[in-house]
Design a protein around this ligand. Sequence first.
Ligand code: THU
Length: 133
Amino acid sequence: MADPIERLLDLARQARGRAYAPYSNFFVGSAVSTDAGTFSGANVENASYGLSICAERVAASQAVASGARHIDAAVVTSSAPSPTPPCGACRQFLYEFNPQMTVVSESRTGERQRWILADLLLDGFGPDDLEGS
Ligand code: THU
């Protein structure tokens, strides 16, 4: 599997199978390619609903905790019939690690959509905005 996006989607589909989503029944998997390798994650919900965390932030956190500081691409795959974009919180979370990263979403039927993160989060707040404060 030469195409790195195909490899990420495969990892994300596997992660989606491990999603813990008993409340929404919306199963999501994500994978990121980084300067420290590839990592994946799934959404993890909680009986205290507001504590639930998205697959993208789990994948990015796995990556950063393993030493990554730059994300080249993030993919997400969900149980929805159409590709679902990352939520606003995930857009901000990912922006920290490269506004120019490629973002790909795949639906359960294999339909895909692709973006550059900065187009999903216009004029996002990043590390540079804290300089000189
Ligand atoms: N969710 C994700 O994991 N990623 C997204 O991009 C959108 C939403 C999760 C959060 C929650 O567990 C469930 O999907 C329903 O919102």
